[in-house]
Design a protein around this ligand. Sequence first.
Ligand code: SF4
Ligand code: SF4
Length: 205
Amino acid sequence: MLGEGIIKGMAETARNFVGSYHDPLRLTTVEYPEAKIAAKENARNFPFLVFDGDDAMKGLRCVACQICEKECPPQCIFIVKDTVKKPDYIGKMQVQPKIFNIDISVCMSCQICVEVCPFEAIKMDTSFELSNYDRFGGLLLDKHQLARPNGYYHKIHAIEAEEVDARLAAEKAKAEAKAKADAEAKTKAAAAAAAKPPALAAPVK
Ligand code: SF4
Ligand code: SF4
């Protein structure tokens, strides 16, 4: 029948309109910005830098390897590696970025920087209220503006952050076990060398 689709669509709209007064599931909109719908686990907007501990700059996981800078398709990441190692949040000497900027006016939210980072240091944010009157400087974010605690990562991507934490803990345990085994092997070798009798001098002819 001609117009059948339109009638069906209007009926559905009317059903949702009337139903939304008594069934909250039919109310699919909220009064933004007073009310907001929480972003979905897989939502993504622009990248941020994860840090551990309480000090954002000491705790940055980023070691300025610059892989993300090279792989970013529109080249909107700019990194300058620090020339000296500095103590991180647990006192381990680490190279970190002196400058780490992302121009989010150019970023296309492709997530390639996240995929290529070997240190779980950069992740995608879900925040979208980033409008700014300054077209250039206001959208060029530095490492201070990009840094977010691991707790924030857990808040916006709970499942993924749990997996990352488990992976990092397993890698840390493996590295510690290897370091312990290496140290034990070194001690054994030193003890064996000390216990060995000195070689006899060759007889003089
Ligand atoms: S999300 Fe894509 S475009 Fe944006 S900084 Fe990362 S690699 Fe570059
Ligand atoms: S965010 Fe990751 S890939 Fe990019 S420089 Fe830092 S450690 Fe390297």
